[in-house]
Ligand binder design. Structure first.
Ligand SMILES: Nc1ncnc2c1ncn2[C@@H]1O[C@H](COP(=O)(O)OP(=O)(O)OP(=O)(O)O)[C@@H](O)[C@H]1O
Length: 968
């Protein structure tokens, strides 16, 4: 047994590296190594395996359900409860026994609730994790496969993937055979993918070779290998180091979000601590002057600290998030990182993927445009049966895809599926009848209604899968009984022509391409070449570059990709809310522009300006052009983005790359003004999001495919449209397959954010006013009674508890009357009143929300600090005066002094209230604009309600005062 120094952090092991003299994160076999090493792997012997297990541990992802006592202890040690404990001791020492006892009870209850919540979350997570399965693993020592449970697997093991498929229990590199997998857990995309064996040469890189990796938790639906040989894979990562492990870790330990609001909240708590210090000094000076005992001075001054810093603040601020998450779940939107919900409320730019997100996943076949006579486009053809069955373009469409048959149905990429259906050919997977071929092929295709005498069948011998980064895929095929093999390549037309002999590309290629893309069609290019005397083995060894070179251009396939019906209205609503909408897509720039116009991202009368940039040359040191898209031929060269005013800039991936490299000073402007970013590679999508974030935007991203993963992860709020309930790709996953989930997420985000703001203000205002009152009372030689504290804190807490879920904030406190009969009345009245007010506020909020979702938020403009400050000041003022009024009635001081003071404050209270109401409703000049803007929104009603609540509370105070007067 090897002993190694290590520590575990969030389920990941960090091992001491003697050479580097530092701890290093443990990795699987994804470190630096050659691809050939995987192919040469012979697995482990049992002894080797136990040595590896000593380092990597068992291959299981276990989410433990922590015992209650442990959870209780862990929770009790959290600073909030430690602070509470300190306060409770202090209160007991200060003879506030009853109050302290009540707080002990509430603490125990709230501890119990949070322990229960954590346990139910842990149990739910545990249920989603599947138990270990039996796998067949190769043993070097016995030179054969043996069945073992998956939890003993270690990196380097050679395993067999069963023909009927399985759920992967580890990350493994495929070395022989093909696998059809569903990776929705990983990418959100539920289209079956074909995984092919790792090439034999080159340096292994887990990102670049992801098409050859079977990821843990993904579903292998079927495997393929010739002659029923075993499909083998080498285990690369196990346990929490795998893709599924990463997902579970991201649920268990969500990424802390760097949100300004949280930072500001912490800063504010710092300010409160400062206020507490000032209070302490004030108390010490005051009490020393009055000649109080040392113990009393210590207790009273520390007491102030417990008042100023509200210990329940962090807990209270998350309540809005909990409710938002629940409601999101009801609308089939799942969230694995709840703290991202608050961030959604601050989003001011939203990026959308095009295909499958704004437009339908499925496509409609429009036509093909074949090339004839060497290099001329023929007329477009909509009826493919008119083409000869051996026409290379038709054969390319029938063979160049990654379709497969599962449960008797042809499945795969929607584009491939539509293209194949249009050919009216049949697809057969290799089965019993493999004798037809000199070598066995996994898939054959042939025209429907085959010619019995001279059947025409084509076998697909090799496939290079589609990758967004390469924008193409290719196949090597051979006609049954014939020698030559054909290589067919299909992909984005711009890329395909770069691999073609220039003489085979029609000279009007750009014009024809533009003709279709301008109308919003999705255009795919085809090319091919023929090779002779290639054995099956040679074909299997061919490099992708050898297949995809010196090609002959075959023609174009035109498909229609319709807009989803919900897209336009959602985009319009986002624009109404002044949220920037951006399209970032892998498709052609003109197709993207046309879709952007259709969904009104670029409105009818708006101008779109195409930005194209090339590398500088000595004669042209700044080669950047800005062309108005309506008239591409008329080149309008300008160098300053500013000159285009509010026009929409559109740019493609190539120009973006050049701008990034050669003209970085205009990159920021481009990101800020750009509306359509087309032909973007997955990493460019991510770069754009990062750049927007650097420019101060809170960015959301909605996408559906594997090519959006990076962007979804980087965005503040990534929403993945997927059938899976959770994917590692993004914090949010929506089962609604359209972008209306964006509105839901943002609405809930805004509501949660407002609740957090409100709760924060309430808690801070509450503690500050209590602080003021107590300071005042110390000054007049009095303090709250035990019951007064209890009443203030508990009534408040009760009303808070009842209304947390619904309201942003509330500022009213009850009033303790002098006679026993009236003691209960104001608190009950107050709670009922608060409840009614808040429920009606909630009702109004949601009523308005459904009609005009974007006006519900008081903080429409988050950057307007003045506006926020004013609001805080107002509410502080109201609550302070109310609090002071009430505090005087509760004092332990002489009734005489209390009365005089009470009446005096009461009067000031009413005057202030009147002034504030007038200020709120009439609003002087600098505010007029804002108030008018807000007067239609419930936030205005909310303000009126606050004032009304305040007035009613004063009226209650007044009645109590009158009764008090009569009683004495
Ligand atoms: N199955 C496929 N085979 C060959 N080429 C394809 C295939 N699917 C897409 N392409 C080409 O590759 C390009 C890039 O594809 P990618 O999936 O990155 O983006 P997209 O689907 O066009 O758009 P979006 O990013 O909006 O989803 C496509 O525009 C198309 O020209």
């Amino acid at each position: 047994m090897i002993n190694h120094k290590y520590f575990l952090h969030k389920k990941i092991k960090y091992i001491w590296n003697d050479e580097l003299q530092m701890f290093q994160k443990l990795r699987g076999l994804d470190g630096e190594r050659f691809c050939s090493q995987f192919h040469l792997s012979k697995g482990h012997s049992q002894e080797e395996e136990s040595r590896w297990r000593n380092i990597y541990g068992f291959n299981n992802i276990i989410a433990h359900v922590t015992p209650v006592y442990k959870l209780f202890l862990t929770e009790a040690l959290n600073p909030f409860y430690v602070f509470q404990l300190f306060s409770i001791i202090l209160w007991y020492a200060d003879d506030y026994e009853f109050y302290a006892s009540c707080i002990v009870i509430t603490c125990i209850i709230s501890l119990g609730v949070s322990v229960r919540q954590t346990r139910s979350m842990q149990r739910a997570l545990k249920h989603t994790l599947s138990p270990s399965e039996v796998v067949s693993v190769y043993r070097k020592d016995i030179q054969d496969f043996e069945s073992v449970t998956s939890d003993i697997l270690v990196p380097g093991d050679l395993i067999e993937i069963p023909p009927s498929g399985c759920v992967m229990q580890c990350d493994a590199v495929l070395i022989t055979g093909n696998c059809i997998v569903n990776e929705s857990m990983l990418t959100g995309e539920s289209v079956p993918l074909t995984k092919t064996p790792l090439p034999g040469e080159g340096v292994f890189n887990s990102n670049d070779h992801s098409k050859h990796i079977l990821f843990c938790g993904t579903h292998v639906m079927q495997t393929r290998y010739y002659d029923n040989k075993k499909v083998k894979a080498v285990v690369m990562r196990t346990g929490f180091y795998t893709a599924k492990g990463e997902l579970v870790r991201s649920i268990m330990f969500p990424k802390p979000l760097d949100f300004k609001f949280t930072k500001d909240a912490f800063k504010f708590v710092g300010v409160l601590a400062l206020v507490a210090c000032i209070g302490m000094i004030y108390t010490i000076v005051l009490m020393v002057k009055k000649g109080e005992s040392l113990s009393l001075i210590i207790i009273r001054s520390l007491d102030l600290v417990t008042i100023v810093i509200p210990p329940a603040l962090p807990a209270a601020m998350t309540v809005g998030i909990v409710f938002a998450q629940k409601r999101l779940k009801q609308s089939q939107i799942f969230c694995i990182n709840p703290s991202a919900i608050n961030l959604c409320g601050a989003i001011n730019a939203f990026c959308f993927d095009k295909t499958g997100t704004l437009t339908e996943e499925g496509l409609d076949f429009m036509c093909v445009v074949p090339v004839i006579n060497g290099n001329k486009f023929a007329k477009e053809e909509q009826q493919l049966f008119k083409l000869d069955k051996k026409d290379p373009l038709l054969v390319a469409m029938a063979t160049c895809h990654s379709l497969t048959i599962i449960d008797g149905h042809i499945v795969g990429d929607p584009l491939d599926l539509k293209m194949f259906q249009a050919t009216n050919w049949d697809l057969e997977e290799s089965g019993s009848d493999e004798s037809k071929y000199d070598v066995m092929t996994p898939t054959i295709v042939h025209p429907k209604n085959p010619d019995i005498v001279l059947p025409y069948q084509v076998g697909i011998l090799r496939m290079f899968t589609f990758s967004s980064k390469m924008q193409r895929m290719s196949v090597v095929v051979r006609e049954l009984g014939c020698d030559p093999v054909h290589c067919f390549v299909k992909g984005s037309p711009e890329i395909i022509v770069t691999f073609c002999e220039p003489s085979s590309v029609p000279c009007n290629f750009q014009e024809v391409l533009m003709f279709y893309t301008k109308q919003g069609f999705r255009v795919i290019g085809f090319a091919y070449k023929t090779l002779y005397k290639l054995s099956y083995v040679k074909i299997q060894r061919m490099e992708r570059e050898a297949v995809e070179s010196n090609l002959i251009f075959l023609g174009l396939l035109v498909l229609e990709n319709r807009l989803k019906p919900e897209s336009t209205s959602v985009i319009r609503k986002l624009k109404d809310a002044h949220i920037r909408t951006i399209m970032v897509t892998g498709d052609n720039i003109l197709t993207a522009l046309s879709v952007a116009r259709d969904c009104e991202m670029i409105e009818k009368n708006d101008k779109a300006v195409l930005v194209s940039a090339r590398a500088p040359t000595p004669s042209n040191p700044v080669d950047v052009e800005f062309n108005l898209c309506e008239d591409l031929k008329h080149k309008k060269v300008m160098l300053d983005v500013e000159q285009f005013g509010m026009n929409h800039l559109i740019v493609d991936g190539k120009s973006w790359l050049n701008i990034k490299k050669f003209y970085p000073d205009i990159l920021d402007k481009l990101a800020v003004r750009g509306t359509v970013f087309a032909r973007f590679l997955p990493e460019q999508k991510q770069q754009l999001i990062e750049l927007l974030q650097e420019n101060g935007y809170f960015v959301g991203m909605c996408g559906d495919g594997a090519n959006d993963c990076g962007a979804l992860k980087t965005a503040h709020a990534g929403i993945s449209l997927s059938e899976a309930e959770a994917s590692v790709a993004s914090p949010f996953t929506s089962k609604q397959a359209n972008i209306s989930c964006v509105l839901n997420v943002m609405r809930e985000g805004r509501a949660a954010l407002v609740t957090s703001f409100g709760t924060f203000k309430f808690m801070a205002g509450y503690s500050l006013t209590q602080f003021l009152s107590v300071c005042l009372l110390y000054w007049i030689g009095a303090n709250f009674t035990d019951f007064a504290f209890l009443y203030i804190d508990l009534v408040l807490l009760t009303s808070l508890g009842l209304t947390f879920s619904y309201t942003a904030s509330h500022w009213n406190l009850g009033k303790k009357p002098p006679s026993v009969t009236l003691i209960a009345a104001p608190p009950i009245l107050s709670v009922i009143f608060q409840l009614v007010v808040n429920l009606s506020f909630q009702f109004l909020l949601w009523r308005f929300a459904s009609n005009q979702p974007w006006s519900v938020v008081p903080f429409v403009d988050h950057n307007d600090r003045n506006y926020r400050c004013h609001e805080v000041t107002l509410i502080f003022a109201i609550s302070s005066f109310q609090y002071i009024t009430m505090s005087i009635v509760f004092t332990k001081g002489s009734p005489h002094r209390r009365n005089i003071f009470s009446n005096y404050v009461f009067l000031v209270d009413i005057i202030v209230c009147f002034v504030l109401s007038a200020y709120l409703t009439l609003c002087p000049f600098p505010w007029l604009q804002k108030v008018l803007e807000l007067s239609l929104s419930p936030s205005f009603i909310f303000r009126v309600l606050i004032v009304a609540t305040a007035i009613l509370n004063f009226m209650i105070s007044f009645i109590v005062e009158v009764i008090f007067h009569f009683l004495h």
